[in-house]
Design a protein. Sequence first.
Length: 114
Amino acid sequence: MLYVLILSVASQAAACLTLGLVKPWGEWVPRWVPWLGGRRIPSLAVVIPAAVGAVAVMALCAAVTLAPRGPLDNPDFPHGTAGVIMDVCYAPLLAWGPLVAALTIAYARRRRVA
């Protein structure tokens, strides 16, 4: 049960940190942060974790999608209409990794030019 809570908090934290690739607080530490407020964030401190995260999400999606024993072999997996609805709801998650990779590249280019 604890691992579900930890996984939920970690995934939400990662999703919120992704906003730092497009928001000003991804380049400068907000002034209200004690001792670090107003300092510029080194671009590699953002680009490297974001790139690793993008690759990890793409690898996980590829592993689940291309698994030899897929969900169709699982009797607990929804079939029919429920399975189609579930597939439609989860399909946008396949774009998460490539979109984070594109944001990371844009962030690195923006910071390199600045």
